[in-house]
Design a protein around this ligand. Structure first.
Ligand code: 5RP
Length: 226
């Protein structure tokens, strides 16, 4: 990662933690940008901020809990006031690709339960058109080779994700297929097509789920609203 990108992640992460108010139920995202948000949020909690949080991954749960942030099971909360999460790409309509870290399913569930979703993004994440970043799709382990083949047959170049020489396993016990599409002309249509495929659990296209984007740009941070 370039130093500029790292600095932007730190900047935008820390700034996002300032959006959290006393008494909120907060959804905590996953990834390196979310990491900096969680670090700053933990400082605020130590200084007296009273919040409860739900985590979008085991990794985030462990990190936040280790820093003294109160984590609830998502079934214990009625709703989530604010979720702050990273993204792999975000376009001008606030549609996003997520799941680079493999947490897309819990991220999408938490986003869908949230009154407000803010994406925290370094400047590399803002794109005119989605699709340069491979689109992650979570698939069940059963018959995964056949599901992979169906993506190829549908014309989507697909690669099953591996980690340390074995298949990547998500928090839900599933696998991830990354679709190398190059560009996505119709995100809504593609989302519907993938949703209809048997064996698919969910995909990393976040359509109409994001309300605001906190973007690092030119050494500063801008809050973009729809
Ligand atoms: C994890 C995600 C992350 O939010 C996304 O990959 C961005 O990560 P980072 O902040 O490390 O660039 O969707 O599933």
């Amino acid at each position: 990662m370039h130093e500029k990108q790292l600095m932007e992640k730190q900047l935008v992460g820390a700034r996002a933690a300032e959006l959290v108010e006393d008494g909120m139920v907060v959804g905590l995202g996953t990834g390196s940008t979310a990491y900096y948000m969680i670090q700053r949020l933990a400082e605020r909690v130590r200084a007296g901020l009273d919040i409860a949080c739900v985590a979008t991954s085991r990794q985030t749960h462990e990190l936040a809990a280790s820093l003294g942030i109160r984590i609830l099971d998502v079934n214990q909360v009625e709703a989530i006031d604010l979720t702050i999460d990273g993204a792999d790409e975000i376009d001008e309509h606030f549609n996003a690709i997520k799941g680079g870290g493999g947490a897309l399913l819990r991220e999408k569930i938490v986003a869908s339960l949230s009154r407000k979703v803010v994406i925290i993004a370094d400047s590399t994440k803002r794109v005119k058109q989605l699709g340069k970043f491979p689109l992650p799709v979570e698939i069940v382990a059963f018959a995964h080779k056949h599901t992979l083949k169906k993506f190829e047959q549908a014309g989507y170049p697909a690669k099953i994700r591996e980690k340390d020489g074995t298949l990547f396993v998500t928090d839900g016990g599933n696998h991830i297929v990354d679709l190398h599409l190059g560009r996505i002309d119709d995100p809504e249509g593609l989302a519907e097509t993938i949703d209809r495929m048997t064996g698919v659990v969910d995909h990393g296209l976040f359509i109409d789920l994001v309300h605001e984007v906190l973007l690092a740009e030119d050494g500063d941070v801008r809050l973009l609203k729809k």
